[in-house]
Design a protein around this ligand. Structure first.
Ligand code: FAD
Length: 436
């Protein structure tokens, strides 16, 4: 059986390894347009400030290692077209065309950062953060830089802001929206803004960028309101699924491929997984686009098992995400009240400020919570948390969401307690006690 996998990172190689484990004499060909396989993009921001000493430390397995295991892992092979009828993949390798036939195909091409159609994007020192080669270029550019401007306000933008500040650079963030972390409800986003300001970040909201000026290198970012001098720009305004060659497959609004729970696309023998697909959000009950490494790895595993003939399902996502931003954590799972409004749900929202551990124990820090609960049934719908101790509460709540629990059910969970770890009533239980 000939297996072809397009994309040599999280989703693609998780699938390849499952096929390898489960199908004797599988012929697996992986086609990767870059030179690097299986690396942890999530660690890239921490390379900027030296917490991780080299981008290469992020590589989990090289193409050579995959080849040693029997996978024909090719580099610099860019797929440009798929003949779904003849079951053949076509592309370019170093200016030479290539074709590879398949019995089963996985598209795992991920997503790429978008570069809006602004003036002056050709100038030097304008970067995006996605790949290891891009990180080398960025580290090189940062040598003689004192001021950085980050465009965008999502998790990659915020992680880069922190890393640049940790490098002792002056940092400005510009965002066209009215709040940082636009996925959060604005009441919690305020705490994110307060943290940015506490750390000396210049934050400009409601400013639409129009372009860049400079002679050779970027010298200023121009918005509809003004011109702001800078030495280097990071563009983190969004991502787009790499699916241009797959327009015969059923796609979601942004071009992400629609797959069923077996990661199968709308055409036979064609699977897709990771950042290039739309994700079924089981709290919203509809497709969404939540491009994350956790999901890419899980979906790759499920795709590989199904391609190997072992029927396995991917339940979907709850939109669970977390990031560190200087001294606080920012996390969310399920739906926000903004989402609930869009979905037309009847809900109650409970906001709460608590200590992350026992209030009398040294270094107790605040955690701000915002919980969305279905009206009448009190079914849990979502939690957002900003502050200290966010990871524990978000993960407990994500588990409760997966179990379709109600607010009173939370009170029955036997959570751990000792003053250095928690209050005797965990902040989640405090909400459940007060409102159920
Ligand atoms: C800076 C940063 C921080 C992040 N932090 C987190 C985090 O903290 N937590 C989290 O869960 N997620 C995080 N992510 C997201 C996570 O890295 C992605 O969700 C994950 O890498 C997606 O895996 P994938 O295999 O679907 O796609 P990708 O990792 O994008 O891999 C796709 C591969 O396909 C190749 N390819 C594309 N088109 C073609 C083609 N036509 N022909 C051949 N090859 C092709 C690409 O070169 C690429 O190697 C972060 C991402 C970034 C950039």
């Amino acid at each position: 059986m000939k297996y072809v996998i397009i994309g040599g990172d999280a989703a693609g190689m998780s699938a390849a390894m499952e096929i390898l484990r489960n199908v004797e004499e599988a012929e697996i060909t992986a086609l990767e347009r870059g030179e690097i396989y299986s690396y942890g993009q999530c660690g890239l921001p921490y390379v900027i400030d030296g917490r991780i000493s080299s981008p290469e430390n992020l590589i989990a397995r090289s193409a050579l290692e995959f080849r040693k295991r029997g996978i024909d892992a090719r580099i610099r092979h860019e797929v440009q077209e798929i003949d779904f009828e003849a079951q053949v993949v076509k592309g370019q390798y170093q200016d030479e065309p290539f074709t590879v036939p398949y019995d089963k195909l996985l598209i795992a091409t991920g997503a790429s950062p978008t570069m809006p159609d602004w003036d002056g994007t050709h100038l030097e020192n304008i970067h995006t953060v996605k790949t290891i080669p891009q990180m080398h270029e960025l580290l090189e550019s940062l040598q003689n830089v004192r001021h950085v401007t980050v465009l965008g306000a999502g998790y990659i933008a915020l992680e880069v802001v922190e890393a640049m500040r940790e490098r002792n650079l002056a940092v400005r963030l510009i965002h066209r929206g009215k709040q940082l972390m636009s996925l959060l409800d604005e009441q919690l986003a305020e705490h994110v803004l307060a943290e940015a300001q506490k750390q000396g970040i210049e934050v400009l909201l409601n400013e639409q960028v129009t372009g860049f000026t400079g002679i050779k290198q970027v010298e200023a970012v121009v918005t509809e309101q003004g011109s702001y001098p800078t030495d280097l720009v990071i563009v983190a305004t969004g991502i787009k699924p790499n699916t241009a060659f797959a327009d015969q497959l059923k796609q979601w609004d942004n071009g992400a491929i629609i797959v069923d729970e077996h990661m199968q696309t709308s055409l036979p023998n064609v699977y897709a997984a990771g950042d290039c697909v739309a994700h079924f959000h089981y709290v919203k009950g509809e497709y969404d686009y939540v491009a994350l490494g956790t999901t890419a790895n899980k979906q790759g595993r499920v795709a590989g098992l199904n391609m190997a003939g072992k029927a396995t399902s991917f339940k979907g996502v709850a939109g669970t995400a977390i990031l560190k931003f200087f001294d606080i954590g920012i996390g969310m799972t399920g739906v926000t009240s903004k989402d609930a409004d869009k979905l037309g749900l009847a809900y109650d929202v409970y906001t709460h400020k608590a200590n992350h551990i026992a209030g009398y124990y040294p270094d107790a820090q605040p955690i701000y919570l915002r919980m969305v609960v279905q009206k009448d049934t009190q079914k849990l719908l979502g939690l957002q948390a900003v502050g200290t101790g966010v990871d524990k509460r978000i993960d407990v709540f994500a588990t409760a969401l997966a179990a379709e629990m109600t607010l009173p059910d939370l009170l029955d969970i036997d959570l751990s307690y000792s003053p250095p770890f928690n209050g005797v009533w965990d902040p989640l239980l405090q909400i459940a006690k007060r409102y159920s």
